[in-house]
Design a binder for this molecule. Sequence first.
Ligand code: IMP
Ligand code: MG
Length: 426
Amino acid sequence: MFGPKIHCVVIVGAQWGDEGKGKIVDVLAERADLVVRYQGGANAGHTVNTDAGQFVLHQIPSGILQGAVCLVGNGVVLDPETFFTELDELTSRGVRTEHKLYVSDRAHLTLPYHKLLDRARERREQIGTTGRGIGPTYEDKYGRRGLRVGDLRHLSRAREFVCARAEAANDFLALLGSTERADPKEHVALLERLAPRLLPIAVDAGRVVFEALERGESVLLEGAQGALLDVDHGTYPYVTSSNTTAGGAAVGAGIGPTAIDAVTGVVKAYTTRVGNGPFPTEADPEVAKRIRDLGGEFGATTGRPRRCGWFDAVVVRYAVRINGLTGLAVTKLDVLDTFSEIPVCVGYRLNGEAVDSMPAEVEMLSRMEPLYETLPGWQKSTTGVRRLADLPPAARAYLDRLQDLARTPIQYVSVGTRRDQIIEVP
Ligand code: IMP
Ligand code: MG
């Protein structure tokens, strides 16, 4: 992946999130000097299996498990409680984090009142959010009333500010009909507790990335969620509140777009979605359950059962276009090992007419009828395969078809949850 001409690589989800970015980042981070999370917050759930067991990271970049220096970029909304809980857990499990983990002084803080607001809104709006305060934190950011990591350097001002914000949140909670209230004193205490831990690791993250690239180091920009959850390009309003696509990587890491050399999109060999909103290739409940059980498809953050269905080439082609994908990593191929036939959606039809691109409105997307091509299954285990040539011919044909439909080369194929269960395509 990294090479003489490729120093800065973005990893993005090319479906609705949960494509297995954590695992791919973990594999690539072995060769990276710096790993940067650039958007989202504690809504993400990146699951990584190492020799030391399973880790689920929400707020800290997955690259930490490979010993890369990790940065939480300015585009991330940082939930300090989750962050330090995670950090302490990593430390207690023997992962080195000292001098390995830094946060941008421009990242916005997700505070308890954001979570209360998220849950109160969710009761009305039914987006299916993770309840982690993501939307309200970004609202405050773009409304120019957020609190950033760097603001903790001026603690007395931050104290006053957070009290006023907690009180404003309480007015809102009352308006929303919620009986929950934020406690200003608790917020002040939280900031006082946080500042001494957060400030020593607060840096100008964009500058750190820039200087690493100047030195010729390898930088991995780790996305969260997926293209169809992007606030601009996703299935709005059933999206998250950040730009999950590669353009968000430049903004959220604090570098220019010309610094990025390659963008790899991670796709599952099928499709899942958690939360509400249209999902054209969603399988009927029986098949969905079979995929869910085989793939362990339960949310890493909320534990919710994921909705499951077939590979959707319209979705992935769209993700290729809006991210400028230069390659694909296909994950969870092994989950399909026992199917005798595997449908793949090659296009949509609406009112008898063919549609080959993603409509802007969810109402229209929910009326699309997927057009399927049925490919033969291989009905053999792929979990032990490490070279493309050793895959059953039907599995190779399946991958070839996905690659043709996406018009983008496959660079990696993952055939299990363990680090070593990966095929690198030469
Ligand atoms: P929020 O990001 O918590 O505001 O949730 C908005 C939508 O994005 C909901 O449908 C969530 O289920 C979905 N979502 C947020 N984070 C993830 C993720 O990491 N994986 C999959 N879906 C996510
Ligand atoms: Mg996930």
